[in-house]
Design a protein around this ligand. Structure first.
Ligand SMILES: NC(=O)c1ccc[n+]([C@@H]2O[C@H](COP(=O)([O-])OP(=O)(O)OC[C@H]3O[C@@H](n4cnc5c(N)ncnc54)[C@H](OP(=O)(O)O)[C@@H]3O)[C@@H](O)[C@H]2O)c1
Length: 377
């Protein structure tokens, strides 16, 4: 199921705190950074915060710039993004600014929380019950499928950020590091304890903004089973972009592949017909770059824009077989192989019979097909 692009946004002290324990909200950003945040808000379909942040900060969460609101309206969007909060208790103050400023409001909660929130808020907000417990993936599916949210900005607090990151649902982190220290262990931290990805996130940007520094990161660790993570989607996009680099052919598909270790380290990448080899396949080229004894291979995920081949005339072993021999047991792909060159090719079946998990993300099919349009028309 496609989910919204989820962008976590926060400002932190040098010692990793989101706030102090005083009665007023600690101002961590600089004026120019507040304006940057305003621009990010203007770019998204919805902004989400936890009920704890409503209680602690009483925020309005507006797009403050009249020009940005006008640009949203001119492009057919509402002046303000949808405002969303999550709560288990439903215990929300109906007098909070959140409910009386900006555009539409939505409460995502549990069955029990919905009773309380509906009673407290009346018509002020839509209240959606997502079951006995709140499941983040169900919440994101609801935002995408029912509310049409393609881009979601999450503005805290720490408990919300922690869950989205540990559950592999965050596509991007936008952190602003502020030059001050809190030093109070009772203050809220950006990220709490949890099972985070083992390896390093990818740093995609740093920017000095007055006296703070913006850092943008992307999670990199593949998922572990049939359920795709945000990082799975990003790696598959990379594979599809590699497919677009293939030398054109009338007799073979253009495919890109990336092999990624469980901790998010890229082990190798490849694309069809690379390096002057007219018959090499993407997965074959990528796997050939990895030492077969590399201990990361058994836990690795292979991303391939097209389902790995099950049969081929040009080399003795098809790519599904090469993947199984490598030890990798998880494959993420965008598109099942059509009958264009091989009738009834079923690389997925070969992989599954060999004990591999195959995850197909159809939302990338159009991107994977684009460099092959002349073969599939
Ligand atoms: N510096 C920054 O950029 C920034 C940004 C935002 C917030 N903050 C700070 O962060 C602090 C608040 O953070 P926080 O961690 O205490 O609160 P929070 O993450 O904003 O909200 C936590 C609350 O959200 C609801 N919730 C979270 N996960 C849920 C789930 N899986 N199911 C159902 N409900 C769920 C619960 O509400 P119920 O209790 O109603 O059940 C929970 O108590 C404040 O001090 C604020 O100033 C700082």
């Amino acid at each position: 199921m496609p989910l919204p692009y989820v962008l976590l946004s926060a400002a932190v002290s040098l010692d990793g705190y989101l706030d102090d324990t005083g009665p007023d909200r600690l101002l961590l950003s600089s004026p120019a950074d507040f304006d940057r945040v305003d621009a990010v808000r203007a770019s998204v379909d919805a902004i989400l915060i936890g009920a704890g942040t409503i209680r602690a900060d009483n925020p309005r969460l507006l797009v403050n710039s009249a020009e940005r609101r006008a640009a949203r309206v001119a492009s057919g969007r509402p002046a303000y993004p949808l405002k969303v909060t999550v709560t288990a208790t439903g215990d929300l103050d109906p007098g909070a600014h959140f409910w009386h400023t900006g555009g539409e409001k939505l409460v995502c909660t549990t069955d029990k929380g919905a009773e309380v929130a509906s009673r407290l808020l009346g018509d002020t907000a839509d209240v959606v019950a997502l079951g006995a417990d709140l499941d983040w993936r169900a919440l994101l599916e609801h935002l995408h499928d029912v509310r049409g949210v393609e881009r979601l900005m999450v503005e805290g607090g720490g408990r919300v950020h922690t869950q989205l990151l540990t559950q592999g649902l965050a596509d991007e982190l936008q952190l602003v590091l502020a030059p001050l220290l809190v030093g109070d262990p009772a203050a809220p931290r950006l990220f709490g304890p949890g099972e985070y990805q083992g390896g390093r996130l990818r740093l995609v940007e740093t920017r000095r903004i007055e006296d703070v520094v913006l850092m943008r990161y992307e999670p990199t660790a593949p998922g572990a089973g049939p359920v795709p993570t945000a990082a799975d989607r990003r790696w598959l996009r990379t594979a599809c972009e590699l497919a677009a680099q293939c030398p054109p052919s009338e007799t073979a598909f253009s495919v890109g592949a990336v092999v990624v270790a469980a901790d998010g380290t890229e082990l190798a990448r490849g694309h069809s017909r690379e390096g002057g080899d007219p018959v090499v396949h993407a997965e074959e080229a990528a796997l050939a770059r990895i030492d077969p004894a590399d201990p990361a291979l058994p836990g690795a995920t292979v991303y391939s824009s097209l389902e790995p081949c099950a049969r081929r005339a040009s080399r003795p072993a098809p790519c599904a077989e090469l993947i199984l021999r490598s030890g990798a047991r998880r494959v993420v792909t965008a598109w099942r192989e059509p009958d264009t060159f091989v009738a009834g090719a079923d690389g997925t079946g070969v992989l599954r019979d060999g004990g591999a998990e195959v995850v197909v993300l159809p939302e990338f099919e159009a991107l994977a097909k684009a460099p092959n349009a002349h073969l599939t028309a």
